[in-house]
Design a binder for this molecule. Sequence first.
Ligand code: C6P
Length: 410
Amino acid sequence: MPFDVNQVRLDFPALSVEANGHPLAYLDSAATTQKPVQVLDAVARYNEASHGNPHRGVHYLAVAATQAYEGARERVARFINASPQEVIFTRNATAALNLVAFSYGVANLRPGDEIVLCISEHHSNLVPWQQVARLTGATLKYLYVDEAYRLPWDEVRTKITSNTKITAIAHMSNVLGTIYPVAEIAAWAHRQGAVVVVDAAQSVPHLTVDVESLDADFLVFSGHKVYGPTGIGVLYGRAELLERMAPYQYGGDMIEYVEEQSSTFAPVPQKFEAGTPNVEGAVGLAAALDYVDGLGLESILRHEQELTVYALEELKKLPWVTIYGPQDLSERGPVISFGVEGCHPHDVATIMDSCGVAVRAGHHCAQPLMHYLKIPASSRASFGLYNTPAEVEALVDSIFKVRKWLGYGS
Ligand code: C6P
C-alpha cells in the first residue's frame, strides 16, 4: 500500500528543523537516517520502566532488560529470516565486519588464499580484510565495475576461483547506488568453496534482506541507517560457522566458566557479546524494524524509486552534472553520487547546505573506488522513506545556485 509521505514526515521530529534559515531537505540518509517518534518513544519507555543489566540478575528490572534485549534479537532475526541464535548485536556494521574478519578470517586463511572484494567496498568492508591478509599471508583481489557502474559477470567468474576463501561484498554501494547480484555471486562463490560475507548496511533500509535467499554466510548492518539508534549493529552468521569460531573479545557475560588459568565460553550468540550490551539500542532497532515493516519495504522502495527517477531525470538535463552510478532503476538504490563541472564536491555540499539541502561530499569511505573512477570525491544525495519530490526540486535548485555562486552562468 502506498503511504502518505506528508503524514509519515510528522513521525520524524528532526525533519522540521530549520537549516540555515531554510526548511531542511535531509538528503543524507545513506550516512544516517532520522528516527521516528516510535523509535524515540520505545527507547524512552525502556529506560523509564525496564532498564537493568541483562543476563546478570534475578530482580525485576534485570529480567525486564533481558526480555527486552532478547525480544529485540528475535525481532531482528525475523526481519532477515534468520534464527535468533544467529544474530549477534554489535556496535555497528563496522564492528560486525571486524568480528568476522578477525575471528573467522584469521583462523581460516593461509598464505596463497584469496579474499575477493568489489572495488566499491566501503572501507569498513575493506580495511579489516587488508589487515587480516597481512596477518595470514592471504591476498586481496578486486572485482571492478564497468563504465556503466555494473559488475560484469566475467569479473565474478574469473576472479572468484578455488583459491578464494572469502568473498566480501556490499549488497548496495554507498557511492554508486549499484545493487549487486549477491545471491548469484554467493551461489558461484559457494561452488568454489568460498564463504560469503554480505555488507547490507545500505540495502537493509530499502530492500528485503533475507539471509537464506541471499545465501549469505555472514551479513552485517547498522541500526542507524534503518531509522534506529546509533551504537547498535547486527552480525548474522550461519550457526555452524559461528559455533566453530573463537570469540573476538573477551570478558563480561560471554563466558561459561572461568578458572584462574583458563575459561570456557558461552554458546552463540553470547560468546560474541562481551560486556554489558546496548539494550536501549537493540530496543530502538526493534522498534525501527516494526516501523519499516508497518509501512512495508515494497512501498518504501517504490516511493524512493519515484524520487530517484525524478532526481535522475532532472540531473540528466544539466550538461555540467555527471552521475556516478547505474541509470537503470532495477540496478540501483536511492543513492545518487554526482559531480558538478568546475566545482569541488565540498564547495557543492557547503553551498547546498546554505540553502538547507543536506548532502554528503567526500570519498564516502570508499577511496579505492575514487581512485578507480579517477575522481577525488563526489557529492551524494540519498533518499529515505520520508523524502518528497519537493526536496528533489530543492536539490536541483541548489545545484543551480552552486554553479552561479561559483561564477558559472548556470
Ligand atoms: N556508510 C556513508 O555515508 P557504520 O559506520 O559501521 O555504521 O557503517 C559502515 C558502512 C559499511 N558499509 C557500507 C556500505 C556503508 O555505507 C557504511 C557507512 C556511511 O556512506 C558512513 S561512511
